[in-house]
Design a protein around this ligand. Sequence first.
Ligand code: PLP
Length: 395
Amino acid sequence: MSTKLKTVAVHAGNRLTGSKAIPVSPAIHPAAVNWFDSSDDLDAALDGKDYAYARISAPNTTLLETAVAALEGAEACVAYASGMAALRSLFEAQGFRAGDRLAMPADGYGVTRALYKNLCAVLGVELHALDLADPSAPARLRELKPRLVLAESITNPLLRVPDLKALAEASHAVGAAFAVDATFASPVGQRALELGADYAVQSTSKWLNGHSDALGGTVSGSNARIAPLRAARVLAGDVLGPFEAWLTLRGLRTLPVRMKAHVEHAAQVARRLADSPLLERVIYPGLASHPDHAVAGRMLQGGFGPMVSFEIRGVGRERCMRFLEALALCLPGPSLGDVGTLVMHAASASARRFTPQEREAAGIRENLIRVSVGLEDPDDIADDLLQAVAKAVRP
Ligand code: PLP
């Protein structure tokens, strides 16, 4: 190689030689472009047989996709820059035409609803927001004959648990594709594909990553279902970066042990909260008072989930903000899935993009708080929530 500094600066140190070591933690490959000694190998790479350009495929993304597919029990998985990018690609892969119908939960994630509303409006697709946890939902789907049904494993923030097997059967009976956003349960809490879903979607920004340090999203399913999404991603370019893929894979290594503890803690926190006279309603699928308690026992394979919601008795939004500011241990952060407890006022955060009418129809009231239960001691979590509630309701 030339010894001229300009050339040396660009080319020296670009290959590691003489090592057969396999790192215990995978290397991070930030290269957007790869080159090959052989032009035949480059040609094959450009055909998708190896890594040529990171918008087509990249090593850290492949490793993450392999791991998520294995967790979901799927043949294939495709990863995106965020959960919303995954949901957008899922929509676009359906080939909707004007007059088609889409069914989704009335009480699901507000941003998904807003995105799908926009996409449907552009194409002239009818969006039907339904109570998918209601026993009448399968019959409603049979009447409606939608092209796509999107359910959520545990809805956000009312924690309803739909019967996926019944929804899958009804969807397939009318030729609809059935997708489940299983973000709230994670693949450890619910293997949506085994329950009949064609697609399992994750916002990996939540439990899979687990540490709130990388956005990401995945869609998993059969090779036939995922191949068009993968091809579309090459064109759309909404790929996950290598650092984010690496961080998510690192977080995912501890997913089963984290989820076991999150779910146990959530059950303990829900029991403590259920005793408080300052709360109007405690919502947890593990409580006998929950409308889907029996269904949840069949649908949630790893316990009753890591999320708890509650309504503070007799307060409006202003006092809910006082509650958030009074928290001393739990963090008032608008997300879920962290090692620490995150607490959110539903109407102003996850359901922010709903119209007031949509919020009312979904049953999301101004006094509703959602908790993503963390790995702290569950009594410390419950103590902190209850002392903040006491401060919020004080005259
Ligand atoms: N799906 C659900 C159920 C969510 O709660 C979220 C985010 O909160 C998303 C999808 C979107 O994921 P992301 O924030 O990674 O785009």
